[in-house]
Design a binder for this molecule. Structure first.
Ligand SMILES: C[S@@+](CC[C@H](N)C(=O)[O-])C[C@H]1O[C@@H](n2cnc3c(N)ncnc32)[C@H](O)[C@@H]1O
Length: 380
């Protein structure tokens, strides 16, 4: 059996921009951006994806590539400025929305941090995109409020990009964002679990979405997408891989505490038991060798998979709660229905536990460790 493991030397000038605007560390696999320390590891490749010298990134030399990089750096800076940041004052109220719907504005409170992996993923897609005059056809699965779509557009300004999302609120937020008149971007409601790429598709991209599928659905859906792609087309996705992180373990621990006001709301579900699909906790991400094998059998010409452990310096435990309450904590909060008092008590207990687990730094902040799994697959 032949195995293809991509070792791309590419480092994107965006990273030069990021690195130049921050503190350099001596370790090539570590860097600081926006008050967050990042460490990068690669599952199959001993050498980390970051270059030996962060100051002198190795750039893909094709003209097509350089042109793209040049035109996107300023767009990226503007994009960063536009994004709301966790540096804004932390919100004071601690109750979650009661609707169970996605809340685009709250999601984007940490827009910089959440969009960071989009750029990291795109940087590893670029070497696989052929130089051609014809506009690319791109799908952004689970486009959310359009932040990942905007990043894609900045790299592929002539592409026809379709953002799909199952949340009406997110699609509406994406549609209401400002898009350049010249751009060819559209949004539609859709379910990624049944998505099949049209034949002309060049890139299926998905950032922070497939972890919302149950494990039994996830790899089959991804492999089906790969199988539907034409030769040379790319499937690229990133999923949070934080099932065992304190932030997520504590959700399960607090929800399963006995004799609490919220206990009745969770008693019909087996939290932490992955055979119970009705439970609020998301499934752990599959083992990397299983992911690799699934794509190999699904018709991959090359598979690049890696894990990056972001370290976000947030204002305090309340910010960690604020971060997860619009994402992984939401299914837990939805369980408490409209019982505002119960939800608040649950959140307070969770925040207290988070405060015990994440120690305060010298500047009063806490580091939210956030591992994410990335995969770029090229169709045979
Ligand atoms: C964490 S957000 C990611 C948004 C954006 N891609 C980003 O990079 O920040 C996850 C998005 O996935 C969408 N989503 C979750 N399950 C989905 C499904 N089965 N089909 C389509 N979209 C889904 C949610 O509605 C939400 O907008």
């Amino acid at each position: 059996m032949t195995r293809f493991i991509l070792r791309s030397p590419l480092r994107h000038p965006l990273q030069t921009f990021l690195v130049n605007s921050t503190i350099l560390l001596s370790q090539p696999a570590k860097y600081i951006y926006n008050n967050a320390l990042y460490t990068t590891t690669s599952a199959f490749d001993r050498a980390p994806p970051l270059p030996t010298s962060l100051n002198q990134p190795q750039i893909n030399n094709s003209y097509h590539h350089r042109r793209k990089l040049h035109t996107t750096t300023s767009t990226f800076k503007t994009h960063l400025r536009k994004m709301s940041s966790e540096n804004s004052p932390p919100p004071t109220e601690t109750t979650a929305g009661t609707t169970g719907k996605w809340q685009p504005a709250n999601y984007m409170k940490f827009g910089n941090e959440r969009t960071r992996p989009v750029y990291d993923l795109i940087s590893q897609v670029l070497p696989h995109i052929p130089s051609s005059n014809s506009p690319l056809t791109i799908y952004d699965l689970g486009c959310g409020p359009g932040n990942s779509t905007q990043a894609l557009l900045s790299f592929f300004p002539t592409a026809h990009i379709t953002g799909l999302d199952s949340s009406r609120e997110m699609i509406s937020a994406a549609q209401n964002s400002s898009w350049p008149a010249s751009s060819n971007v559209e949004f539609a409601e859709g379910d990624i679990s049944t998505f099949t790429p049209p034949p002309a598709t060049d890139l299926v991209f998905s950032n922070a979405v497939f972890h919302w599928l149950r494990s039994s659905e996830r790899l089959p859906a991804l492999v089906k997408i790969l199988q539907g792609l034409k030769s040379g087309a790319v499937l690229a996705f990133q999923v949070p891989d934080n099932y065992d992180e304190p932030s997520h373990r504590l959700m399960r621990d607090i929800a399963t505490l006995p004799s609490t006001p919220w206990t009745p709301f969770f008693q019909n579900t087996r939290i932490g038991d992955i055979s119970d699909s009705s439970r609020p906790d998301l499934d752990p991400i599959e083992a990397i060798p299983d992911i690799y094998d699934a794509f190999l059998s699904g018709g991959a010409a090359s598979i690049s998979v890696w894990r990056t452990e972001y370290q976000h310096a947030l204002a305090g435990p309340g910010s960690i709660v604020e971060w997860v309450r619009t994402t992984g904590l939401r299914p837990f909060l939805d369980r408490t229905g409209d019982e505002e008092g119960v939800r608040r008590q649950f959140l307070e207990a969770y925040e207290e536990a988070v405060g015990r687990e994440y120690r305060e730094l010298k500047d009063g902040r806490v580091l939210l460790r956030y591992p994410r799994l990335f995969c770029v697959v090229v169709k045979k």
